[in-house]
Design a protein around this ligand. Structure first.
Ligand SMILES: *[C@@H]1O[C@H](CO)[C@@H](O)[C@H](O)[C@H]1NC(C)=O
Ligand SMILES: *[C@@H]1O[C@H](CO)[C@@H](O)[C@H](O)[C@H]1NC(C)=O
Ligand SMILES: *[C@@H]1O[C@H](CO)[C@@H](O)[C@H](O)[C@H]1NC(C)=O
Ligand SMILES: CC(=O)N[C@H]1CO[C@H](CO)[C@@H](O)[C@@H]1O
Length: 656
């Protein structure tokens, strides 16, 4: 897999990370889905309605190439989101036969095509109104207590992600074709009714225990192929009037969500903006590898949806991946993929929500879109963009290595190598000879080992190594961990608790750091040595601690940074090493000063010369500049030369 490629699959790879991090546990216990055809996974199959999709060509690119009732050629954005979160199967459609017993442990899908915020929209099409979806969810809650026990059930309920997607049908399949509504309400008035219903839904879900809710905005209604055909002039352009209504609705949705968050304590409610990403896809399909955005794949592509899109529809395209839309109203799987990636980017804060403390992780705010342009640009210039996101690559001097890394400088990296010397010295591993005093006295700290960016939950899986004063985590040898989180307790005596949303660790401060003021609620970066204590909260002996409260972006990007460091860099490297035979399965790789395992002298020139490796090297150097006290070794070019000539001396590979 090429480097650019691996960047593109960055979010998809989250799944693998999750498996690695938490023993095949998804990031959240369960997922519940409410709404309309955009997320219906087959509930309408069991209703007397014409709004169905349980016949070909629906599902032709889905698992087993069978129609399931999904309004798509393949997977829905909610399916892909479930995958991104680490689920290995999808929450079952609640009306289906699969929705029973243990299958319900991962949640359920209550959505129904042609449903909406407006009660009569669903009734018009004999679909399941949101009020009934909520009833079904109550029914689910009773069942799950029987299946999983009361305490397991309550952690499923409070830990789950709730996804709400509705509103499109209210406008397209009701308001604009229903003279009764159209005559009585202006679009604005109709929006206000929908928002009221939305408010009730969120309040009801909250009362039922939901704490992490994501709601999708309206898509650009005027760009849906059927809308262009039905409501457009002859120009084939998006219908401006409809888009304007969508934008105005989305603004209301946004403001209302904000006030709900202010009102309902402990609620993490996030508006996922699908308007902009879809609008980008429609207006610049070529940028994303699509050939067609006006016409849908199914039938003529101008209107067909549901029964009109069927096996006999003439003209259905051969390859839906070239189309933004599968049918007149619904994106293709290829487009859903892009939407789902975007959803995950903006949804990180839902995952980070700290349940025990009943408060959202700070910096996680409504509609926060850390990397709005991420999916927009990723197909083009992914590498540049990564650099942009993480604030790397902009710097020329060693002074400004970007916000993401600057503060990480290991003040106490007391025996660093000279970065101004030849590149070679960077790779030479030095062991600190002195032990550290105090309760950790018998453990020697090797400051040349890079601090590994970690989530608290990962520390549990770290193992001590027999022959070194170090630990391994998934094949990476390390001594120091780099964590970021919120201070949730301080005993005033140098013992603090840090919570990053995945778990809690104890911090042990000494020296200078003990004297400084650390307030509860501060968002801090910590670098320090990890000490395994069986049966107790993991403890970090702090070498470096920085208050980042004034930099919400640091909190915002933290999860991505951890994921990125591991998936984009460490893991591919380990794989390369394994493949090249320089590493045996299970043998630890030392992550050295520049944040990279460096056994350059042993690597075949082919591997060293490869773009992938050089990119990774450069990237790693920039990331780990934080740990080089004198800043980044700016002469990357020279380093590359060294790499290519590959005559760097190095200590032998650590044997176990
Ligand atoms: C709760 O979950 C745990 C862990 O999954 C399981 O061992 C236990 O049996 C469950 N409790 C009940 C009552 O099912
Ligand atoms: C929602 O509100 C937030 C903050 O008020 C704002 O930054 C964001 O741009 C808004 N999003 C939309 C889609 O209006
Ligand atoms: C379908 O289209 C996509 C995107 O253009 C392309 O990558 C893929 O190779 C095509 N598949 C077939 C079978 O032609
Ligand atoms: C600050 C410190 O400990 N510096 C030591 C680094 O290592 C060299 C030898 O490798 C020592 O001479 C320094 O005292």
């Amino acid at each position: 897999m090429g480097f650019a490629n691996s960047l593109c699959s960055f979010f998809l790879l989250l799944l693998a990370l999750v498996l690695y991090v938490a023993n095949a546990q998804p990031l959240v216990p369960a997922m519940f889905i409410f709404g309309d055809s955009v997320v219906d996974a087959g509930n309408n199959n069991h209703l007397y309605t014409i709004v169905k999709a349980n016949f070909p060509p629906y599902g032709r690119d889905f698992v087993n190439h069978k129609p399931t009732g999904r309004f798509c050629n393949g997977k829905l954005a909610s399916d892909l989101t479930a995958e991104n979160l680490g689920f290995t199967s999808y929450p079952p459609a609640y009306l289906s036969r699969k929705a029973k017993g243990k299958n319900l442990l991962i949640g359920a899908n209550f959505a129904s095509a042609a449903s909406g915020y407006y009660e009569t929209t669903a009734k018009l099409y004999h679909a399941i109104p949101l009020s009934q979806q909520l009833q079904n969810y109550k029914d689910y809650q009773n069942k799950i207590v029987g299946i999983a026990g009361k305490s397991n059930a309550s952690s499923i309920i409070s830990g789950a992600i709730y996804l709400v997607s509705a509103g499109s049908s209210d406008f397209i399949q009701n308001y604009y074709i229903n003279p009764l509504l159209y005559k009585v309400y202006t679009p604005d008035q109709f929006s206000a009714l929908l928002i009221q219903s939305y408010t009730n839904l969120i309040q009801d879900l909250y009362k039922l225990g939901a704490r992490k809710i994501g709601v999708t905005s309206l898509p650009p209604l005027g760009c849906l192929p059927a809308a262009v055909t039905l409501f457009g002039s002859d120009s084939n352009e998006c219908v401006a009037k409809l888009n304007k209504v969508a934008v105005s609705f989305n603004n209301k949705l946004n403001a209302t969500s904000q006030s709900l968050v202010n009102k309902l304590s402990g609620l993490n409610l996030l508006v996922f903006d699908i308007y902009q990403p879809l609008h980008d896809l429609v207006t610049k399909p070529g940028d994303f590898g699509f050939a067609e955005a006006r016409k849908a794949c199914c039938g003529t592509g101008l209107v067909e949806t549901s029964i009109l899109c069927n096996a006999k529809s003439p003209g259905t395209c051969a390859n839906a991946s070239e189309y933004v839309f599968w049918d007149g109203f619904h994106p293709s799987e290829a487009a859903n993929q892009i939407l789902a990636d975007d959803l995950l980017t903006s949804g990180i804060s839902l995952i980070a929500f700290d349940q025990a403390l009943q408060r959202p992780a700070r910096g996680c705010s409504i509609c926060w879109r850390p990397t709005q342009a991420w999916s927009v640009k990723k197909k083009k210039k992914s590498y540049d963009f990564v650099k942009e996101i993480f604030g790397i690559g902009k710097e020329e001097s060693s002074e400004s290595t970007g916000t993401a890394d600057k503060d990480g400088a290991g003040e106490e990296a007391d025996n660093h190598t000279e970065t101004s010397d030849t590149a070679k010295t960077i790779f030479i591993r030095k062991r600190s000879r002195e032990g550290r005093g105090g309760i950790f006295g018998d453990q020697k700290m090797d400051y040349s080992l890079a601090a590994l960016k970690l989530l608290c939950v990962q520390l549990k899986d770290a193992r001590e190594t027999p022959s070194q004063n170090a630990l391994t985590l998934g094949g990476i040898l390390f001594q120091r961990a780099w964590l970021q989180g919120i201070l949730v307790s301080n005993d005033g005596d140098g013992r603090l608790l840090l919570d990053d949303g995945t778990g809690v660790i104890e911090l042990c401060l000494s020296g200078d750091f003990r004297l400084r003021q650390w307030d509860l609620g501060m968002y801090v970066m910590v670098v320090g040595g990890y000490f395994v204590r069986t049966g107790e909260t993991p403890i970090i002996k702090v070498h470096k601690m920085v208050d980042l409260s004034a930099f919400p972006d640091r909190e915002a990007t933290w999860y991505l940074e951890v994921i990125e460091a591991y998936k984009l860099f460490y893991q591919p490297l380990i794989e390369d090493f394994l493949q090249a035979g320089y590493l045996r399965e299970g043998q630890p790789i030392t992550i050295m000063h520049p944040g990279i395992g460096l056994f350059l002298n042993k690597l075949p020139a082919k591997l060293l010369g490869g773009h992938k490796f050089l990119h990774q090297l450069e990237h790693a150097l920039r990331i780990s500049a934080a740990f080089l006290p004198h800043g980044i070794p700016t002469d990357i070019g020279r380093l590359m030369d060294v790499a290519q000539n590959s005559n760097v001396e190095d200590e032998p590979f650590p044997e176990d």
